[in-house]
Design a protein around this ligand. Structure first.
Ligand code: SF4
Length: 348
């Protein structure tokens, strides 16, 4: 039997070396003035519009549904969007939650403010509430993609993980509606020790649904994913998963992009020497550095965004952030300093 754990280590070493080379090149580009040393506005912002969710996923990385009530009101999201536009706008807005479709008409009102300024969207949904009428309304926006989460080729894995029966059928139906409407579709798929070998069937389903991308990988050890540790893959299982992904990438080459999540540590190493280019606005108004690093740069519930952004443009260089990155294990993605989305965020 192949030593999958060794395979994983070799692959991560290759990835890490590639990443280090790329960071060096970017640092040189900053020094020579070819790449900006800071950004006056984020290139991309993620709006976590609500902490509410209609599913109860055992692997939810930010523990949606367990959070206190949203502090950010629809009025405040609209004011924030207007402020962003007035300061030059952003290229991309990732709309997520919780489940963003729970906002109903308010979702479209918020998106309209950014859409009219030229913003491109990525909308992340579990698909449960998607209807032909909603898809019709979603058609007018510009997208990187609409992302629907499907955790297996049949109800078995998906409904068990997401804890609502019938959620797999709804997600597949949503994916088909999105693709049929001509909107770029990405399917996000998370795998557990029990579902790794289902990936080839999952890739077939994604392709048949009309997805242009399948984003697949193991559960991120954060939030309920960190609490339900039995769902996490060990090194041998991660190595085996990488091998299946490699095979599937060859099968679907040029037809569907199969992306996999990298080691968290490698991802963080790829950005930590660079200026901050984006942030996440959480349902309580916190401005979070990103979804892995547990740092908060400010809060917009009652204060404007722009000044706070100006002050936080170099947060990756903060010594506390660097120590956190060094504490993240290359293979498990866990930190011995902090349990992401289990403990409270660290305020910079
Ligand atoms: S993973 Fe997504 S669908 Fe599941 S509870 Fe979290 S926000 Fe809701």
């Amino acid at each position: 039997m192949e030593d999958y754990a060794e395979y994983l280590k070799k692959r991560i070493r290759v990835e890490q070396n590639r990443q280090r080379k790329s960071v060096e090149e970017q640092k040189q580009a900053i020094e020579s003035g070819l790449y900006p040393s800071s950004f006056s506005m984020p290139l991309s912002l993620q709006f976590e519009l609500t902490g509410r969710c209609n599913l109860k996923c055992r692997h939810c990385y930010n523990r949606s549904g367990d959070l206190p009530n949203d502090v950010m009101t629809v009025k405040r999201w609209k004011e924030l969007s207007t402020e962003i536009v007035n300061h030059g706008g952003i290229f991309e807005c990732i709309i997520s939650g919780g489940e963003p479709l729970l906002l109903g008409n308010d979702l479209f009102d918020i998106m309209d403010l950014l859409h009219n300024d030229g913003t491109v969207f990525m909308l992340i949904s579990n698909g449960f509430l998607m209807t032909p009428k909603i898809v019709e309304r979603l058609k007018k926006y510009r997208y990187r993609w609409i992302q629907i989460s499907i955790d297996g080729s049949s109800t078995k894995f998906h409904d068990e993980l997401r804890q609502v029966s019938g959620s797999w059928e709804k997600a597949v139906s949503a994916a088909l509606m999105v693709a049929d409407a001509g909107i770029p579709l990405a399917i996000a798929n998370t795998l557990t020790p029990n579902s790794i070998e289902d990936l080839p069937e999952m890739a077939r389903l994604a392709y048949e649904c009309g997805a242009s991308s399948l984003i697949t990988g193991e559960i991120f050890p954060s939030g309920r994913g960190a609490i339900n540790e039995e769902l996490l893959l060990n090194n041998a299982q991660k190595g085996r998963l990488l091998q299946i992904i490699d095979e599937q990438q060859k099968i679907y080459a040029k037809r569907m992009l199969i992306q996999r999540s990298m080691s968290n540590r490698v991802q963080l190493e790829g950005v930590c020497d660079l200026p901050v280019t984006g942030a996440i606005i959480r349902p309580n108004g916190d401005i979070r550095l990103d979804c892995i690093a547990p740092f908060v740069m400010g809060n917009v519930a009652n204060a404007p965004f722009y000044e706070q952004w100006q002050e936080s443009r170099y947060c990756w260089q903060d010594e506390r952030v660097k120590s956190y990155i060094e504490s993240v294990d290359l293979y498990s993605g866990k930190s011995n300093l902090h349990r992401n989305h289990v403990e409270g965020d660290i305020i910079l």
